[in-house]
Design a protein around this ligand. Sequence first.
Ligand code: SF4
Ligand code: SF4
Length: 367
Amino acid sequence: MKKSFIRNTDKPVQKYRFIVQSLFSLLCIWIGVEFYLFVTYLESGEAAAFYNRPPGVEGFLPISALMSTVYFFQTGEIHQVHPAGFFILLAIIGVSLVFGKAFCSWLCPVGFLSELVGDFGERMWKKIFKKRVKLPKFLDYPLRSLKYILLLFFAYAIFSMSEIALYYFLSGPYNIMADVKMWYFFAGISKFALIVIAILFVLSILIRSFWCRFLCPYGALLGLIGFLSPAKIKRNPVSCIDCGLCTKACPSFIKVDKVLTVRSDECTSCMSCVDACPVADTLEVKNIFTKKKINKKLIVVGVVLIFIAITGFGILTGNWQNNVPKETYLELHKNLESIGHPTSTADIQELNKASEKEKSNEHKKIR
Ligand code: SF4
Ligand code: SF4
């Protein structure tokens, strides 16, 4: 027998999400344009062409930001080569601690692009197969672990560095020019890299959010941090009519209609399931400690405000523009080709050895 129910009259928040995602992507495009002007200045070397480097570009250097964060916890100091990257990472972690992996579905431009491509693919599959296409579990689970393996690799590399080795790396020419190098990587993209990106693009049409679900180490980190968030999707089994609309709406393929509380590293707090639920007071975001309902609109405002508050704190405390003089940039730009990444274990050991040597010299001086 069909359950009678009171209709959910809450307004959906997906259009707000789309607006926030679009604005954030536009901001990233604007940062890209400014950075292009900065690189043009470096290439010309003429004072008349001077253009300030946009600090927001450091949001695209997550590994460097992670190193700065570890360095901050080791020393209590904010490293001044990419201070904006450090605050952007803190803001993203702050959003994840309060609202779960919300950065991925509300702010991340790659997540946004991935979603648009995924929507297109899904419409195509629905026309052909009359249903959504998902990888079978035996492939989905091992592939999902890839992003954690990548995260582990980066975490191991960073945590095996001593405090001084981290300092050397962060202050070194490679880290200073990492954004410029990244620019040239994309501006003069190689055939091989283009093929890899094209493959990822096609895979994202075939399998929704291929990059985010299987490969993004940033998403892996935020998924883990998101477990600590008190805001969780809760289903009321008494009023639930088992229509399954929440599960159908979930872009992360979470079986929302089969659980009481969504506790998944793949949940991006996108609110698609909550918006799709036709029954009043049945699928809600709740604070799992106070058991109180969190209004969906509060999530819209909260995600944006936390991000602005933390990055704004960086700006107001003078930790946004880096302390690298333009003369240094011009000098390093001339020798850009010869600046390489100290990637190998041997390089890291070298940095660690150098720092140990420095420490023992200082120790001798004190004695
Ligand atoms: S469970 Fe709900 S909030 Fe989480 S990803 Fe799925 S649709 Fe979005
Ligand atoms: S959308 Fe999900 S939670 Fe809402 S009534 Fe249907 S099955 Fe239950």
